[in-house]
Design a protein around this ligand. Structure first.
Ligand code: DHE
Length: 493
C-alpha cells in the first residue's frame, strides 16, 4: 500500500514534466526494481530480460504491466502508469542487458536457500506405488502436482520457481526430483517427504538440467552467462562452473545438456560454436571434457537407446546428422527439413529393427527414420506442426500433439507398426491440448489441456476413451517416475 502511494506520488512528478518522453529506466527503478531486482535479474519476481520474457512480447507484456498476472504477486499498474509509460517500459524490458552478469560459484552458492523445516523421512509418507508417481508441471500458477499414478489422487501441490522449463529430473531411486526455471533456479524436492529441500540459482538464464547416472551431479545448461554449472545433488552447492567457448575461443551458449547413462557422461549441445562437448562423470575422470568437432552448431539432440549415436539438427537446416559418439565423427546425414524437434523424438522397435520419430515445429508432419540405415521410412502428415510425442513399451500407439495452428486442440494416435493415424482426439474443441505421459504400466495416457483453467485428461490407452479429468492450471509436461528413471522406450530424453 505504502509502495503504491509512493508510486502514485512519483507518477505525479513524472506527469508534471509530461512534455518529456517517459524515462523507462527510472520507471523501472520506481515500480519494478523492488521485486524484479535493480539490474532486472530477478528477486522475489522473475528476471525481466528478453531471454526469459520472449513469450510475453507484444500486447501480452503490456497487459501484464497494466493488469497484473493472475495467481502471482504481480499487481496491475494501469492506475499509476499511462499507456506511454507502459509502452516505454515494455521496450525497456525487451532490450538486452548492456552487460552480461558474471554469475560465478560465489554468486550461485550465495543464492542457495535450504528449507529449514525440511525433515528427511525413512520411507514415503504416503502409501502409493513410489514408482508410479507422476509429476504435473502447472505453468499457469507455477506449481507442481504430485499424482498417485494408480488412483490419480493429488498427494501434494507445491510452488515452483517462476517459469519452469524442460523435464524435471529424478534421482536414480526416484526419491528426489530437481526442477529448473528459465531464470536458472534449481529446486530440489523430496517426493517421499512431500517437502522442498532447497533452491539455488545456477544461472541467470538457463535451458535445462541433466542428472549424472550415479545421481551425484546435476548439470545446468546456461545461456546467460555462457556457462555449464554442475551442482552437488546432495546439498545443491556448486561443484564446478565452466566457461563455455569453442576451441577457437568463441564463447557459446549451451542449448541443452543431456545425460548419457551408459557413457557415464553429460553431452552438451552448443549454440554458437560447431562442437559437441562430452563431460565425464566417472569418478576417476570426473568432469574431464572431450570436444567433438562439427561443421555447424547443432542445438537439438536425440539419442539412440544405447547412447552410441546422437542425432542432431540445426534449427534452420534441412539436414539432420548422426554422430557416432564412440568415434566422435559423423556417421550419416538425414533428410530432415521443417525444423525437426528432435528433443521430443522417441524410438520403438518395428519390423525387427528400430525407428525414431520426430515432430516438426514448422510443418504438420512427423518423420519416421530407420535407425539401422538412417533413411526416411515415412512422413506422417498431421493436422499441424506438433511439439511433443510419447509412447510406452506396453502400448501399440504413439501419441502426437498438434501444438500450433487452428488444430491445436487435436492429438493424433498413431499405430507404431502401420505408421497410420488410427484416431484423432479432440477433447476440448478450440483449446490447446498437448504433451502426453503414460502411467508406469502404460495402461493410461495423461494429456494436458494446456489452458489456464485446464486439466489433465486421463485416457484408457487401449480403448482411447476418456476416464477422468483433473482440473489443473495450465499443465504443461507430466513425468512418471518409473518411465523416466528406466528410460522407457516411449519417452523423450
Ligand atoms: Fe522446450 C523440453 C528447448 C520452447 C515446453 N525444450 C525441452 C528441452 C529442450 C527444449 C532442449 C529438453 C530439455 C529437458 O527436458 O531436459 N523449448 C526449447 C526451445 O529451444 C524452444 C523451442 C524455445 C525456447 O523458448 O526455449 C522451447 N518448450 C518451449 C515452449 O514454448 C514450451 C511449449 C512451453 C514452455 O514451458 O516454455 C516448452 N520444453 C517444454 C516441455 C519440455 C521441454 C514441457 C519437457 C518435455 C518432456 O516431456 O520431457
Amino acid at each position: 500500500m505504502i509502495r503504491r502511494m509512493i508510486s502514485t506520488l512519483s507518477l505525479c512528478v513524472i506527469a508534471s514534466s509530461a512534455i518529456a518522453e517517459p524515462d523507462a529506466g527510472a520507471l523501472y527503478q520506481e515500480h519494478c526494481a523492488e521485486c524484479h531486482g535493480p539490474s532486472r535479474l530477478g528477486g522475489i519476481g522473475p528476471a525481466l530480460i528478453p531471454q526469459t520474457l520472449r513469450r510475453m512480447y507484444g500486447p501480452k507484456m503490456q497487459d501484464v504491466i497494466a493488469n497484473g498476472r493472475v495467481a502471482t504477486q504481480m499487481i496491475g499498474y494501469s492506475d499509476v502508469l499511462d499507456s506511454d509509460d507502459i509502452i516505454a517500459l515494455e521496450a525497456y524490458l525487451k532490450t538486452p542487458l548492456a552487460e552480461v552478469p558474471n554469475w560465478g560459484p560465489d554468486d550461485i552458492n550465495a543464492s542457495r536457500v535450504m528449507n529449514d523445516d525440511y525433515t528427511a523421512v525413512a520411507a514415503p509418507v504416503w502409501a502409493s506405488d513410489p514408482m508410479n508417481i507422476t509429476l504435473v508441471v502447472e505453468t499457469g500458477d507455477h506449481h507442481v502436482s504430485v499424482l498417485d499414478g494408480d488412483t490419480f489422487e493429488v498427494l501434494d501441490r507445491f510452488a515452483t520457481p517462476f517459469a519452469v522449463h524442460g523435464g524435471p529430473k529424478f534421482s536414480p531411486d526416484g526419491r528426489y526430483v530437481f526442477i529448473m526455471s528459465r531464470d536458472g533456479w534449481v529446486q530440489k524436492y523430496d517426493i517421499w517427504a512431500l517437502q522442498e529441500v532447497g533452491q539455488v540459482r545456477a544461472g541467470v538464464n538457463s535451458r535445462n538440467i541433466a542428472m549424472s547416472s550415479d545421481g551425484k551431479h546435476l548439470a545446468v545448461a546456461n545461456y546467460l552467462p555462457m556457462t555449464l554449472t554442475i551442482l552437488s545433488t546432495a546439498d545443491l552447492t556448486v561443484e564446478t562452473v565452466t566457461d563455455v567457448a569453442g576451441s577457437d575461443g568463441t564463447p557459446s551458449r549451451v542449448s541443452a545438456v543431456y545425460q548419457a547413462p551408459q557413457r557415464e557422461s553429460f553431452i552438451l549441445a552448443l549454440k554458437d560454436t560447431p562442437e559437441i562437448w562430452e563431460i565425464a562423470t566417472k569418478p576417476e575422470v570426473l568432469f574431464e571434457r572431450r570436444r567433438i568437432m562439427l561443421t555447424e552448431p547443432l542445438d537439438d539432440f536425440f539419442f539412440s537407446p544405447d547412447y552410441r549415436y546422437l542425432i542432431g539438427a540445426a534449427r534452420a537446416s534441412e539436414q539432420g546428422v548422426v554422430i557416432d559418439l564412440e568415434q566422435g565423427s559423423v556417421a550419416a546425414s538425414l533428410p530432415l527439413a521443417g525444423m525437426p524437434h528432435l528433443g521430443s523424438g522417441i524410438s520403438w522397435p518395428r519390423d525387427g529393427g528400430r525407428v525414431l520419430a520426430t515432430p516438426h515445429l514448422s510443418e504438420g508432419m512427423i518423420s519416421v527414420i530407420d535407425m539401422a540405415t538412417w533413411s526416411l521410412v515415412k512422413t506422417i502428415k498431421t493436422d499441424g506442426p506438433g511439439f511433443f510425442m510419447r509412447s510406452h513399451e506396453n502400448t501399440p500407439y504413439v501419441w502426437a500433439d498438434v501444438f500450433f495452428g487452428p488444430n491445436r486442440d487435436k492429438i493424433h494416435v498413431i499405430d507404431k507398426q502401420t505408421l497410420e493415424i488410427v484416431k484423432t482426439l479432440d477433447p476440448a474443441p478450440g483449446k490447446t491440448v498437448a504433451h502426453v505421459e503414460f502411467t508406469k504400466d502404460g495402461k493410461h495416457a495423461l494429456v494436458s489441456l494446456w489452458e489456464d483453467d485446464g486439466a489433465v485428461i486421463i485416457y484408457d490407452a487401449a480403448t482411447l476413451e476418456e476416464v477422468k479429468r483433473l482440473p489443473m492450471r495450465k499443465p504443461s509436461g507430466k513425468y512418471n517416475v518409473w518411465n523416466k528413471i528406466s528410460f522407457s522406450d516411449g519417452t523423450s530424453h
